[in-house]
Design a protein around this ligand. Structure first.
Ligand SMILES: [Zn+2]
Length: 321
C-alpha cells in the first residue's frame, strides 16, 4: 500500500484529523467517501500513521514508513485484488480471522477496508463486529473507503465519522496538466477518465492512449451508417476489451455534452481543441442530442451490468447515427 503523502487538495481533512489526534478525540471508525482518485487511501494511511508515529503522523519517520510500505504488524489493509471489481467475502473472513488472533505488538489495531461499498451487505455488517464488539480488549480502529456512499450499509454509515473527499475541479486539473507541458487535447481527454492528476499522467503514458484517441477522433468524423458499420468491423476486437470501450464511451459522452453546450451558445467546452468537429457534428446530426446522450448513458449501464463489451460496442455503432 504505497502512498507518497496526503494530496494537497485534501489538506483540510488532514488538519481536522490531526486536530482530533492532538485533542485525543480520534474516532474508532471512519468512512472516507468520494470519487476515485480523490486521495481517500492516502488519507487512511496518514490516519493510521497518526496513531503510531512518535511525531503525530509525520509520514517520514521509520514508523510511518513501515505503515506506508504495508509492513506494520498492527495495520491491515484490504483492497480490491487485481482484476476484481469487488471485495470478496474471503478477504473479509481472512481479516476477521487475523483480528481474532492476539496481536503481537501492543497498541491499537487498525484495519483499512478500501472499497467497502463493493462488499455485500452481509459482509459489510460482519465487519461491524469490530466496531461494536472487539473480541479482545485491544482497541480497534476501522477506516472504510467508498466511492458510492449509497452502497454502504446504513449501520456502518451511522457508526462512522464521515468525511467527503471532493474531486479537484476539471478545469483545475486540466490547468495543472497543461502546465506540465501535456498537450491541451490530451489533458482534456484524460480529465474525462480520472480526477487524479498523477493517474492522469500515467494514463497518458500508457501505450493505448494514443491509439484510443485516434479511434475516437475517427469515430466522431463518421457521418454515414455504412462507415459506422466498417468502423465496427475494423475495431470490434479492440473494443471487446471493456477497458478500451469505457474510454471511448467516456469521450463520446463528453463530446455530446460539449456539442450540447456549443449548440446552446454557452462557453465552457471541455474538448475545446475539437471545436470544429463538435460544431460539424452538431450541425449534421439527425438524431436528437438528447437521444444520443441517453444512448451513451445506457451503454455505460449495460457495460456495468456485465453485458459483453463487444455487444455494447455493436449497439453503439448500430444506433449512433
Ligand atoms: Zn512519523
Amino acid at each position: 500500500m504505497k502512498v507518497a503523502s496526503v494530496k494537497e487538495s485534501q489538506k483540510m481533512i488532514y488538519n481536522i484529523l490531526k486536530q482530533a489526534k492532538q485533542n485525543n478525540r480520534l474516532s474508532h471508525a471512519y468512512l472516507f467517501y468520494g470519487d476515485k482518485g480523490t486521495g481517500k487511501k492516502e488519507m487512511a494511511i496518514a490516519l493510521a500513521c497518526m496513531h503510531y508515529c512518535p511525531n503525530g503522523g509525520c509520514l517520514e519517520c521509520e514508523v510511518c514508513q513501515n505503515i506506508i510500505d504495508g509492513n506494520h504488524m498492527n495495520v491491515d489493509y484490504i483492497g480490491m485484488q487485481e482484476d476484481k471489481t469487488k471485495i470478496s467475502k474471503e478477504q473479509i473472513m481472512d481479516l476477521q480471522e487475523e483480528f481474532s488472533k492476539t496481536s503481537l505488538v501492543e497498541g491499537t489495531r487498525i484495519y483499512i477496508v478500501d472499497g467497502i461499498d463493493t462488499a455485500s451487505s452481509q459482509a459489510q455488517n460482519s465487519l461491524l463486529k469490530f466496531i461494536e464488539d472487539p473480541t479482545n480488549l485491544t482497541p480497534t480502529v476501522g477506516i472504510f473507503i467508498a466511492t458510492e456512499l449509497s452502497n454502504v450499509v446504513s449501520t456502518i454509515q451511522s457508526r462512522c465519522v464521515l468525511e467527503h473527499f471532493e474531486a479537484i475541479p476539471k478545469d483545475k486539473m486540466i490547468e495543472l496538466l497543461e502546465e506540465d507541458s501535456i498537450q491541451s487535447l490530451d489533458a482534456r481527454l484524460v480529465s474525462c477518465l480520472t480526477n487524479d492528476v498523477d493517474e492522469a499522467k500515467e494514463i497518458i503514458n500508457e501505450d493505448n492512449f494514443e491509439y484510443n484517441k485516434n479511434l475516437f477522433l475517427k469515430l466522431i468524423d463518421i457521418r454515414t451508417k455504412k462507415h459506422l458499420a466498417l468502423f465496427y468491423l475494423d475495431n470490434q476486437r479492440y473494443y471487446s476489451d471493456p477497458k478500451n470501450l469505457l474510454i471511448l464511451l467516456s469521450w463520446m459522452l463528453r463530446f455530446l455534452e460539449d456539442a450540447n453546450v456549443a449548440k446552446s451558445g454557452r462557453d465552457g467546452l471541455i474538448l475545446s481543441p475539437l471545436y470544429d468537429k463538435i460544431i460539424s457534428y452538431s450541425n449534421s446530426s439527425k438524431a436528437s442530442m438528447k437521444d444520443q446522450l441517453e444512448l451513451i448513458l445506457n451503454l455505460f449501464k449495460e457495460l456495468n451490468a456485465n453485458v459483453s463489451a463487444k455487444n455494447v460496442f455493436f449497439e453503439l455503432t448500430e444506433k449512433f447515427i
